[in-house]
Design a binder for this molecule. Structure first.
Ligand code: ATP
Ligand SMILES: O=c1ccn([C@@H]2O[C@H](COP(=O)(O)O)[C@@H](O)[C@H]2O)c(=O)[nH]1
Length: 280
């Protein structure tokens, strides 16, 4: 593996050095696929890192910080050959998004406030992890049916499923800033996001609101959701306290959390939310 790393870096460096001007120069996520034959047996490795695609030799400060297994193929991959290692590098289309996580108990107003933000910030895309999962249920697949059951019970869906849906939505959004509402819901969600997406959020908006207020709001929502009933609302609130609050605490220790009291009128909350998002 170490040999692959070294050769992949050298290969990409030489590729960057020979680039003509005018190619994208934004810091990009680079996905490298290497195929190596050691003592007669072939193996494939995927590596992920960050670099400047299209930089000159002097500024091609490419590095490969992490290595991880990737299932996805690289769209429009460029192929370079180096010393027995085949390297495919993405063309720099994957620019790092600025991600804002919006967290808070069920019914705390995440969807409502995100909807308002879209009216004022055209460069922002909004994805509700819950909405993506509900859309996934519509596929009617075995996995979709399992997700439906978890939602009905207020349980947290395995992180790989949710992050996979988020990753696809982010890649297709064409926007630079992304609001992700209702995610990460537990430590596994956060770890998996970091591993699969490769970077962390800029900020967490934490919508703080008492449980009785949340229950009343959800029961008055009338959207036909399978989890908007007294029994599941209680489970969702418990899951929020036990599993989501520790994530918020972790981000608090990183200085990334803005706590907002959402037991107030929508317009009043929005003034604060808009100011915070404008700073990102
Ligand atoms: N500040 C507010 N005051 C009163 N009602 C509100 C407020 N914000 C949102 N609501 C209402 O409360 C209900 C829940 O709001 P919303 O769907 O935005 O919450 P959410 O946090 O996205 O919920 P969930 O996590 O369950 O998807 C909606 O009917 C919405 O209209
Ligand atoms: O990251 C997520 C987000 C949601 N879920 C499941 O969906 C429901 C509803 O979520 P909302 O945010 O209220 O729309 C939630 O109770 C979970 O079952 C999830 O597993 N992971």
């Amino acid at each position: 593996m170490r040999r692959f790393y070294r050769l992949a870096q050298a290969s990409l460096r030489s590729q960057l050095a020979s680039r003509s001007p005018g190619v994208p120069r934004a810091p990009a996520q680079l996905l490298l696929k290497g195929q190596e034959t050691t003592q007669g047996s072939a193996s494939t490795s995927w590596l992920k890192g960050w670099g400047i695609v299209g930089a000159t030799a002097a500024t091609s400060t490419m590095f490969l910080g992490t290595s991880s297994a990737f299932a996805a193929p690289i769209p429009q991959a460029e192929v370079v050959q180096a010393d027995g290692v085949r390297v495919e590098a993405s063309g720099g289309a994957r620019v790092q998004h600025k991600v804002i996580f919006v967290l808070g108990g069920p019914g705390s107003g995440k969807g409502t406030q995100c909807g308002r933000l879209l009216e004022d910030f055209p460069d922002i895309a909004h994805f509700s992890a819950g909405d993506l999962l509900r859309a996934h249920v519509q596929s009617g697949s075995k996995e979709g049916n399992e997700v439906a059951e978890m939602i009905r019970n207020g349980a947290i869906v395995p992180a790989e499923i949710t992050v996979g849906l988020l990753q696809k939505a982010m890649a297709e959004s064409g926007k630079s800033k992304i609001l992700i509402d209702g995610f990460p819901r537990n430590a596994s969600n956060r770890d998996t996001f970091l591993k699969m997406v490769g970077y962390d959020c800029e900020m967490v908006l934490f919508f703080d609101c008492p449980e009785q207020v949340l229950e009343a709001r959800i029961l008055g929502r009338n959207q036909g959701r399978t989890d908007d009933n007294v029994e599941t609302i209680k489970k969702r609130f418990r899951v929020f306290i036990e599993q989501s609050m520790p994530v918020i605490e972790q981000y608090t220790s990183l200085g990334k959390v803005a706590r907002i009291n959402t037991d107030r009128p929508v317009d009043e909350i929005y003034k604060e939310v808009k100011r915070l998002v404008a700073e990102v």
